[in-house]
Design a protein. Structure first.
Length: 199
């Protein structure tokens, strides 16, 4: 089974201010954007597609044999456009499913990723398998190829959230009780909090 990671890294870092690419911000000498990517490459994902128009944060020491960089010219219009670019690339690579990840979530673990992948391998009738905190699905999320047509029709910046409330899709939410796993960096306050947690 071929499960491919979609690493969404084409955001414009609006909330960290002009001239600041948040994925370049260092966490103990490692750029923020490379931390979760390294986790993805250490997991059971077959390949990882990085959707990004610029990658100054990308460490050249990462395992490049399973890494694919994909530019998305419409990424500025919203997350759904990056997602569509990634899904189309994954389809061309004969993916059975994709795991959607956010590049600004440094605490994601290989164990979490592998649990989501294994959940789908055991229950292939599912449309999705998601990590969850307090009953709410959170990235990373695995979407079956059965949902690729739906993902490609999404609009705006809401990503795939509408799928979880649609009764015609069957999914499983794997509960986690550690909120830090899903912590993402949007502001300088978030960044300072990550640095404190990392030590």
């Amino acid at each position: 089974m071929r499960i491919i990671g979609l690493y969404l890294a084409a955001g414009n870092s609006r909330r960290t201010g002009p001239g600041v690419h948040k994925l370049c911000l260092p966490i103990q000498n490692t750029p923020l954007g490379s931390i979760a990517l390294n986790t993805a490459l250490a997991s059971n994902l077959s390949d990882v597609i990085v959707i990004a128009n610029e990658t100054p944060w990308l460490l050249r020491s990462l395992r490049m044999d399973r890494l694919h960089i994909l530019s998305c010219k419409n990424a500025f219009l919203g997350q759904s456009y990056s997602l569509r670019c990634g899904v189309e690339k994954a389809e061309s690579m004969n993916a059975d499913g994709v795991v959607v990840m956010l590049a600004d979530q440094p605490f994601i673990t290989t164990r979490l990723l592998n649990e989501i992948i294994n959940c789908y391998r055991i229950n292939q009738e599912l449309h999705y398998a998601a990590a969850g905190y307090q009953g709410i699905p959170r990235p990373p999320v695995l979407f079956s190829k059965k949902l690729f047509p739906v993902l490609k029709e999404l609009k705006g910046d809401k990503g795939a959230r509408s799928i979880f409330s649609a009764s015609l899709f069957q999914g499983k939410i794997i509960p986690y009780d550690n909120a830090d796993l899903f912590y993402d960096v949007d502001t300088w306050v978030d960044y300072d909090a990550v640095k404190e947690r990392w030590t």
